[in-house]
Design a binder for this molecule. Structure first.
Ligand code: ZN
Length: 203
């Protein structure tokens, strides 16, 4: 904890004063460019991988970058999506999974999370992803990546069940995207519905 406290003191002493003008612009309200839904994994740092700043990304994080289908689990995720779309008017929503994801490993081998009751319950939302990935009968070394990718696709489908999202999409006011961040290579793959596959992200 001491390390984090010292970090805060460095922020207060150095980083904040150095960028005071920038932080002043954030005082009264936020205008985030996107809602970024990603895993709670400590190695995924949304602002770093998108080279963006405080104020740019409204973020939802949880184990496995899960979006429960609308109505099934009204709670923090659904309230944050609704707020981002209706109150903040974000123009983009990105669901971003990542490689070596502990949650996806638990989806892959549910018996490994037997003791973790809350995790097990939560990852029910990843069951479809496992089913779709395993149906492809891929070699074992490819299965975790496939589950991770299919999970992003399934969560994108869940996202479309939110009335606020469906309305904004129908009005052409919102774009949604699915990404997988590759920790080993520092690359992001993006989902393409045509072809139903993930490809290296391009502008
Ligand atoms: Zn993860």
């Amino acid at each position: 904890m001491d390390e984090l406290t010292r970090g805060v003191l460095r922020f207060e002493k150095n980083i904040y004063p150095e960028r005071k003008e920038f932080f002043d612009k954030l005082i009264a309200r936020q205008y985030p460019r996107a809602l970024f839904i990603t895993c709670a994994d400590s190695r995924v740092v949304p602002n770093m991988i998108t080279d963006s700043e405080p104020g740019d990304l409204f973020t939802i994080r949880n184990a496995g970058n899960i979006v429960p289908p609308y109505g099934e689990a009204l709670g923090g995720v659904s309230a944050s999506i609704e707020y981002a779309v209706m109150a903040l008017g974000v123009k983009h929503i990105i669901i971003c999974g990542h490689t070596d994801c502990g949650a996806m490993k638990a989806v892959w081998h549910p018996e490994s999370a037997e003791e973790l009751k809350c995790v097990k319950n939560w990852l029910v939302n990843g069951k479809d992803a496992r089913k779709r990935a395993m149906a492809k009968k891929l070699p074992e070394e490819r299965q975790l990546q496939e589950i991770t990718e299919r999970n992003v696709v399934v969560q994108l489908e869940h996202l479309r069940t939110y009335p606020s999202v469906a309305r904004a999409l129908a009005a052409g006011k919102l774009e949604i995207a699915g990404w997988v961040y590759d920790i080993e290579h520092g690359k992001v793959l993006e989902y393409h519905a045509e072809g139903d596959e993930f490809r290296v992200l391009r502008v």
